[in-house]
Design a protein around this ligand. Structure first.
Ligand SMILES: [Zn+2]
Length: 571
């Protein structure tokens, strides 16, 4: 294509609200524009990258035998009601009503719809099936931000596997795991597979593919010793043993006027690791106590994953006073009956502890947790902290900010049961197939590449997804011999299947160089009168910016070689 006739609206400055590098550069480079918060228009350059990312994903899905579908983005409420997610998705789901009053949803994912189609599978001989699509999804994200990283409307590759049994699901899951690693290698993304929370999807196991980046929204615990890695929503660690303080036969009350916080109680001689922190939550309508060690943060996702609770909100002051008779700062669970009590595992067998007495300005000391508190459920509820020891090997864990680039789930039979999917097994018995579900956000992958491939001059696309692979920059467009040479190279490169952009715009060479760097074209050939006197053009790779003189007659072969090598990198 000729730059002079393309729409590439580059900007000198990024929009003020753009914080993430990918957001700034994709807007400045003319790849996309915001329609409204969380919704972006892909301009021609952006759409070329988007399409190429989709194509890499498509090729690797096809390679594991997955079959491409395209399902509607708009769904009847009935399929979501069948799985129970019409309720549980809450405000995340966009809902609308048609002229007949029928309830509809814009799809956030397609487990229900694919499982509905799987009704037409009859026999174990029809299994396994791997089905996928690249389709637009909608999510009523409360705080869209960071450009393509957190949006309300996005293209996603979602795939679904149907197998007769767990062994089959393992095979489908592993095939996706390997395909995802190949996809991310080809996108030149360093994506670490980590243990993850399955969240609203449910199921027995899930793995996220995480790209380390300050623009990310997830924290991942990484062990440099044994390779353990997990989203902090799921991560565990080994705690050093705490020597319990001595305590008597029963807790003892002591006055704590004005003491309301863990820190203040610590200053009064009760260190946080010897305190029991009492949190009061409303869990699916019921007032519930959640106990943790004084210095341990509560991680709500772990609680949700372990209990299946849908609504988990901190109780307000009135609810707390009604339930426990005191205000926050003096709360405790000793002697409490009639409320469900959850305690973090790290409190097990602890004694000599201090906690609130459910009377303002009074605490209890010498508490033996198992003796004095009627704990109903012991769970892992704490958020781990950087520097804590790996539970497997003891090395200190690092916590890294990451972008979630992919997520794969072993779902089990939840959705196939909800949609009444059965097949006959070899003995003629009806069996419910087990499912997996696997996602990669196309735009988010594109943004993750932008986050990790740029310098002070702009984007540095890997060859596999660059909008154009080569740019021919003509220094003086009114110099006949230069334009003649550029046209010839352009034709030869196009004939060789190279995505080539001819910068035939009138204008200062400096501006043209800066634009080519901003939009991140991997290879640039500079064609100018001085070089042509010696039949020379200049070849520059975007990655290092070094200039190399190349004879005009050799440059097409050199470029084709570099493009072919670059395209297959990571394969
Ligand atoms: Zn380790």
């Amino acid at each position: 294509m000729r730059w002079s006739s393309l729409f590439i609206p580059t900007l000198r400055d990024a929009p003020a609200e753009a914080e993430a590098v990918s957001h700034r550069l994709l807007v400045r480079g003319g790849f996309m524009r915001q329609l409204q918060s969380g919704h972006y228009s892909m301009l021609p350059l952006g759409w070329r990258v988007h399409q190429k990312v989709g194509e890499v994903i498509r090729q690797e899905m096809d390679a594991i035998g997955a079959q491409e579908f395209l399902l509607p983005a708009m769904h009847p409420a009935s399929v979501w009601q069948a799985s129970g997610r019409w309720e549980s998705m809450g405000d995340e789901m966009f809902r609308l009503t048609d002229r007949k009053g029928a309830d509809l949803a814009l799809g956030m994912t397609h487990e229900e719809v694919f499982a509905g189609i799987a009704n037409e599978l009859n026999s174990y001989r029809d299994l396994p099936q791997l089905w996928y699509q690249i389709q637009w999804k909608f999510r009523d994200e409360p705080r869209p931000k960071s450009g393509l990283l957190r949006v309300r409307e996005f293209a996603m590759k979602d795939s679904y596997s149907f197998d007769l049994d767990d062994a089959g699901l393992d095979v489908s899951f592993d095939a996706h795991h390997d395909a995802y690693q190949r996809i991310f290698r080809r996108l030149d993304l360093d994506a670490l597979p980590v243990e993850a929370s399955s969240g609203a999807m449910g199921g027995s196991a899930s793995i996220e593919f995480m790209v380390e980046s300050s623009a990310g929204e997830d924290d991942v615990a990484i062990c440099g010793g044994c390779g353990y890695s997990a989203n902090v929503e799921r991560a565990t660690s080994a705690l050093p043993k705490v020597e319990d303080r001595p305590g008597g036969d029963a807790p003892e009350r002591f006055a704590t006027p004005g003491i309301r916080t863990i820190a203040a109680l610590s200053e009064a001689g009760h260190p946080p690791e010897h305190q029991v922190k009492t949190l009061v939550y409303r869990v699916d309508g019921a007032i519930t106590l959640i106990l943790l060690r004084g210095d341990h943060p509560f991680l709500e996702q772990k609680f949700v994953d372990a209990t299946g609770a849908v609504e988990v909100v901190p109780a307000d002051g009135d609810e707390i006073r009604a339930a426990l008779g005191a205000s926050p700062g003096s709360l405790g669970a000793v002697g409490v009956t009639g409320l469900t009590i959850y305690a973090d595992e790290s409190l097990r067998s602890r004694s000599g502890m201090t906690t609130g007495a459910n009377e303002d300005d009074v605490h209890l000391e010498g508490v033996d947790v198992e003796r004095d508190v009627a704990v109903d459920h012991w769970l892992d509820l704490r958020s781990i902290l950087a520097g804590e020891a790996c539970a497997s090997c003891g090395v200190a864990l690092r916590i890294a900010r990451c972008i979630e680039a992919g997520h794969i789930f072993k779902l089990g039979r939840r959705y196939s049961e909800a949609m009444d999917v059965t097949v006959l097994d070899a003995d003629g018995v009806n069996r419910v197939p087990t499912m997996g579900s696997y996602g990669i956000g196309v735009g988010r992958a594109m943004a993750a590449v932008a986050e990790t491939h740029h310098d002070e001059n702009g984007l540095v696309w890997p060859m596999s997804i660059a909008p154009y692979e080569v740019v021919l920059t003509v220094v003086k467009v009114d110099h006949e011999e230069s334009m003649g040479c550029a046209e010839r190279l352009y034709d030869e490169l196009r004939a060789a299947g190279v995505d080539v952009l001819l910068d035939d715009r009138a204008g200062r060479p400096g501006v043209k160089f800066a634009d080519a760097e901003l939009i991140g074209i991997p290879l640039r050939v500079t064609i100018g009168p001085r070089g042509l006197e010696n039949s020379i053009v200049e070849l520059t790779a975007r990655t290092d910016g070094e200039r190399h003189d190349v004879p005009v007659d050799d440059v097409v072969a050199r470029l084709v070689d570099l493009v072919v090598t670059g395209r297959s990198a990571g394969r």
